[in-house]
Write a protein that binds this ligand. Structure first.
Ligand SMILES: Nc1ncnc2c1ncn2[C@@H]1O[C@H](COP(=O)(O)OP(=O)(O)OP(=O)(O)O)[C@@H](O)[C@H]1O
Length: 579
């Protein structure tokens, strides 16, 4: 800020208006200025470096915290808004970092420059400065409205960007489906619509920005005109010198630059406020199922699981009740098959067991202390009272569509069991009938990705992943559906022996007769309620609700029989053929 003042004094000194330069000898004053400029340059560099580093640190820290906050949400949340979360983690966080560092620093610098510049102008000529400043207020007022408008637009734009990312992510994940159905053009159009939405928002901002800059440029020129016209008059009247007028001109340019910098700061700040509100929303969101809320379940013996009048609707589809009062009981160390037509609620029961959701009514209890007789009643816990973390530690889960991550076979099997040794991993792999691993080029150290193995191989690795945890409860959702019947039999046999060995409860959702037959108890679901349950042999010989009413007459028209009719007939004909 000393430059305009110095230039004015220099002009006066050389034009003979003043006998001394800044009241000092010329070489001394020039040396002093050189020192001042060096200090200024060093501070400027320091400011830029410090602010940049602060920005990077803030972005890194906020990203980590936001990702951590996301991972601790209920699974349904991330499932529904993955694309949007990615945009919050990438774009919003960096906008937020910029806004509070380089933008803030530039803004503060502009504020100081404008204040010092205006003060210096007043000091040189209060009259002239006052005339000039009359044109500034309308621009400032406009800047405030402009900033607010930009904040609103930023929020809309970020939401639109999230929407676009979601669409792209979904379709890129299903690239083969898009290719198989030749829907590239349809998808490109859908994506273009999302891009158009972003473009339209950006266009609105562009119009507003254009008007703003046009207006502020015009105001600046008007101020300059005042300065030259009125300032020239003051020089001719001898009220100020030519050097003073030059200093004033330069200060006004500095102040003009600072004011536009302040406007940029204000809009940047508003953009940052918009982006940070989206990031803070994520950081502040409380999970519907907090991971650490409740009593930690000690790794004790296995226990009985009971569903008591469980009613459930998915949060994203509140109008459809999926489970309509499910009552069932599963003894520890037994295997149970959930059977029912597609959409009857088998996976939903398993998801509730994993506590990905909580029931709307009723409760799911676990008697984890293994007390015998009536005493187990006293030790039963509603699984909602347990921390999801400690509860899930007891579970081994294999989903319908198993996911493998980039990494080695070993890493994939040991995923979630960091302490698992190579021996543990190999034992689990053997139990899950993963013989093919030994034939891979680098065995357990072979790198695998999302799609480098067949469906059946992926399923078996997922089963090994669940077994290596040595769970109390093994949840298998159509876990062997992609296996050929020999592999399926081998896996079922291995799982059976592990159940006996380790007292594991197995709850499997299955359509295949061979898998169902391997279970000790079959629970038949129909339209969200348990319609039959009992041992396989009885249901197949067809007792209706053998558990509930063992004395009831056997019916050849049981729901289980009709579900399995085709497979039972096939089995019968195979037996006849073999005979
Ligand atoms: N995430 C979800 N959001 C909303 N509704 C869902 C969700 N998942 C499942 N549903 C609905 O809940 C009902 C029961 O689904 P569920 O997956 O439990 O059936 P299922 O018996 O396991 O079927 P399948 O044998 O085909 O796997 C279905 O009507 C389904 O449309």
């Amino acid at each position: 800020m000393s430059v305009p003042f110095t230039v004015g004094k220099l002009i006066d000194f050389f034009s003979g208006n003043s006998s001394a330069f800044l009241g000092l000898s010329f070489p001394f004053a020039a040396g002093l200025l050189a020192v001042l400029f060096t200090i200024g340059a060093t501070c400027n560099a320091g400011r830029a470096i410090i602010m940049r580093l602060c920005g990077l640190r803030i972005v890194a820290r906020v990203r980590n915290q936001a990702y951590w906050a996301t991972l601790r949400q209920e699974p349904d949340f991330a499932d529904r808004s993955a694309g949007d979360i990615v945009s919050r983690l990438s774009v919003d966080t960096s906008m937020m970092g910029d806004s509070v560092t380089s933008n803030l620093s530039d803004g503060l610098r502009a504020l100081v420059s404008a204040t010092v510049g205006v003060s210096m102008m007043f000091w040189i000529s209060a009259k002239l400065t006052f005339v000039m400043l009359c044109v500034v207020p309308p621009v400032s007022l406009f800047a405030v409205f402009y900033g607010r408008y930009v904040r609103k637009l930023t929020n809309f734009t970020q939401e639109a960007v999230g929407d676009m990312s979601r669409t792209a992510e979904e379709k890129l994940n299903a690239f083969k489906t898009v290719a198989a159905y030749n829907t590239q053009a349809v998808e490109a159009k859908l994506f273009a619509n999302k891009v158009d939405a972003i473009f339209n928002l950006a266009r609105k901002e562009a119009y507003m920005t254009g008007v703003f800059w046009g207006m502020s440029g015009f105001t600046g020129n008007l101020a300059l005109l005042c300065l030259l016209g009125y300032g020239g008059t003051l020089v001719s009247r001898g009220e100020i010198t030519v050097g003073d007028l030059t200093s004033l001109l330069m200060y006004s340019a500095y102040v003009g630059g600072s004011v536009s910098g302040l406007t940029g700061f204000f809009t940047g700040l508003m953009r940052g406020v918009g982006a940070s509100s989206r990031v803070f929303w994520l950081l502040d969101r409380t999970s519907a199922i907090p991971l650490d809320k409740g009593v930690s379940l000690a790794p004790t013996r296995n226990g009985r699981i009971r569903f008591e009048n469980v009613r459930f609707t998915y949060p994203s589809r509140k109008e459809v009740e999926v489970l309509k009062g499910v009552d069932l009981s599963i003894e520890p160390g037994t295997s149970v098959a959930l059977v029912g037509s597609s959409g009857s609620g088998k996976s939903s029961i398993q998801q509730l067991l994993c506590r990905f959701y909580d029931p709307n009514e009723g409760r799911i209890t676990f008697d984890g202390t293994g007390e015998a007789g009536w005493r187990w009643l006293l030790t039963m816990s509603d699984i909602r009272d347990l921390t999801p973390e400690s509860w899930r530690d007891r579970l081994g889960v294999v989903f319908q569509d198993p996911i493998l991550f980039a990494g080695t076979v070993h890493d994939n099997i040991a995923y979630g069991t960091p302490g698992a040794s190579r021996r543990d991993v190999e034992r689990a792999a053997r139990a899950a009938n993963c013989d093919f691993i030994w034939d891979l080029p680098q065995g357990f150290d072979t790198q695998i990705g999302k799609s480098s193995l067949s469906g059946g191989q992926r399923q078996r690795i997922s089963i090994a992943r669940a077994l290596v945890r040595q769970p109390s409860i093994l949840i298998l959702d159509e876990a062997t559906s992609a296996l050929d019947s020999t592999s399926e039999k081998a896996v079922n046999k291995a799982v059976e022996s592990i159940i006996k060995e380790q007292n594991i409860t197995v709850i499997m959702a299955a359509h295949r007769l061979s898998t169902v037959a391997s279970a000790e108890k079959v629970i038949v679901l129909e339209n969200g309620v348990v319609s039959e349950q009992g041992p396989y042999d009885i249901l197949v010989g067809s007792s209706r609700n053998a558990d509930a009413d063992p004395h009831k007459s056997r019916s050849q028209n049981s729901r289980f029989r009709s579900l399995m009719e085709a497979q039972l007939a096939l089995e019968k004909s195979t037996v006849n053929l073999t005979a």
